[in-house]
Ligand binder design. Structure first.
Ligand code: PLP
Length: 452
């Protein structure tokens, strides 16, 4: 519960683990090496870059052994907690047995994992194709949709993020992630279905249906009338935890299917129980997609991603040779299986629901004290706090957001930033965080906001 204390620094909840003394190069040395040998496109957070050398559960440790609460989960990727012993054991055993074989030979892990993953999917979503990243998964999903439908045109959403490869950059919408190459060939972006700034607000019960009307309009006025597909996140993550209004996907999917297209759910951030109420984010919209893409939390940090679809759509890809060297690797699939087991055994979806609802409510209370908070949104442990200079004009508080972000780090909390204006704080911790951790996050944010 939010207790307004003095200027005393909030104390981290206790942890019985201490970091192993670090003996590697200093932060300055690593930064110098990065500047010399890594692409300058690889950016880092914080004015003074942070060196993180160890992780345990929801905790991160810097080179001095200082502990931080991880409120970002390695960009929504550490699902069951850093270095979870079950996941590490699965990787170790498999690494000592056989690390790589490819799918040209039989191996139990890829087959058993595909069975386990398919068992979590609704409807006829029973066939998996494993790849290594979210971009690759979305790229392949688009290929499948085009191969299956024989159509080319695609519809994605404004403010959506689907990856940074040439093809997925075309699906991604914010200009900040797009280069001036012909990456959006055949892709159009429908109106962003958001009820904070958009024309149809949260008080409009038909907002979902109205925003979906723009997808229909693009089919009618921006395509041949027959499209290959539609892709969207179930909650826009990089876009700032933007939740789709109720009914949006039901209406949109109907328009897409009427135009011959298939519906792709990008569950890269919203999958594996993070949203709390459902194992997959699309569940909250009461739809069953034709193709689902998974990455990030699927492997708790190992390079694993998947495309899951129906047997019928999957067959379309069998008309040519298609291959992925590392996809379905014995080690990454062993880790993926362990992640699924841990989510069940530790009740992590329920934890996302409980701690997420508690944290969101506490952030709501914080909003009553700090008028710079324009909106608290999201679901489960995928939350966003948008900062605005003025609640009426909703002018993004970009600079203030940067200050709060830096101050949180100083106080021991690492979170993310999102949205095209960089004015939304993203809170997506490992799914094992506790209410005490939530209290710490709120206390830190309260102090950071008060310092503005
Ligand atoms: C919703 C979503 N889809 C796809 C991707 C791309 O995943 P990757 O960075 O693994 O290629 C991301 C990455 O942030 C994402 O958030």
């Amino acid at each position: 519960m939010l207790r307004i204390r003095s200027r005393m620094q909030p104390s981290l909840p206790p942890c019985n683990y201490s970091a192993v003394p670090y003996q590697g190069p200093t932060a300055e040395e690593i930064l110098a090496l990065r500047q010399q040998h890594l692409s300058s496109a690889i950016f880092h957070y914080y004015r003074k870059p942070l060196l993180i050398v160890e992780g345990k559960a929801q905790w991160l440790f810097d080179e001095s052994g200082r502990r931080y609460l991880d409120g970002f989960g390695g960009i929504v990727t550490v699902s069951v907690g850093h270095c979870h012993p079950r996941v590490i054991a699965a990787a170790r055993v498999q690494n000592e047995t056989i690390q790589h074989s490819t799918t040209i030979y039989l191996h139990p892990n890829v087959a058993l994992y595909a069975r386990d993953l398919a068992a979590r999917m609704p409807g006829d979503l029973k066939v998996c194709y494993f790849v290594n990243s979210g971009s690759e998964a979305n790229d392949l999903a688009v290929l499948m949709a085009r191969a299956y439908t024989g159509n080319f045109d695609f519809i994605a959403l404004r403010n959506g993020y689907h990856g940074g490869t040439a093809a997925t950059m075309g699906l991604t919408s914010p200009h900040t992630w797009k280069f001036n190459v012909p990456q959006s060939f055949g892709v159009q972006h429908a109106q962003m279905p958001e009820t904070y700034r958009g024309p149809y607000g949260a008080d409009d019960p038909d907002a979902g249906q109205k925003y979906a009307g723009d997808v229909q309009s693009l089919v009618q006025f921006g395509s041949s009338g027959r499209i290959a597909g539609f892709i969207s996140e179930s909650i826009q993550g990089v876009g700032g935890a933007v939740v789709l209004p109720p009914g949006y996907l039901q209406h949109t999917y109907a328009h897409v299917r009427a135009a011959g297209g298939v519906c792709i759910a990008d569950e890269v951030q919203t999958g594996f129980g993070r949203t709390g109420t459902h194992f997959w984010g699309f569940g909250a919209q009461e739809v069953i997609p034709d193709i689902v893409t998974l990455a990030k939390g699927i492997g708790n940090g190992c390079p694993l991603a998947a495309v899951i679809t129906t047997p019928e759509i999957a067959r379309a890809l069998a008309t040519r040779l298609h291959f992925n060297t590392f996809g379905g690797n014995p080690v990454s699939t062993a880790m993926g299986r362990a992640v699924l087991q841990v989510i069940d055994e530790e009740g992590l979806q329920q934890n996302c629901a409980n701690v997420g609802a508690y944290l969101k409510a506490e952030l709501g209370t914080l909003a009553t004290r700090h008028s710079i908070i324009g909106q608290v949104r999201g679901q489960g442990l995928l939350l966003g706090v948008e900062l605005v200079k003025d609640r009426t004009t909703k002018q993004p508080a970009r600079e203030e957001c940067a200050v709060v972000f830096e101050r949180c780090r100083e106080l021991g909390l690492l979170i993310g930033k999102a949205g095209i204006a960089g004015n939304t704080l993203r809170i997506t911790p490992p799914m094992c965080v506790t209410r005490a951790d939530a209290d710490f996050m709120v206390a830190v944010l309260n102090q950071a906001l008060a310092s503005l």
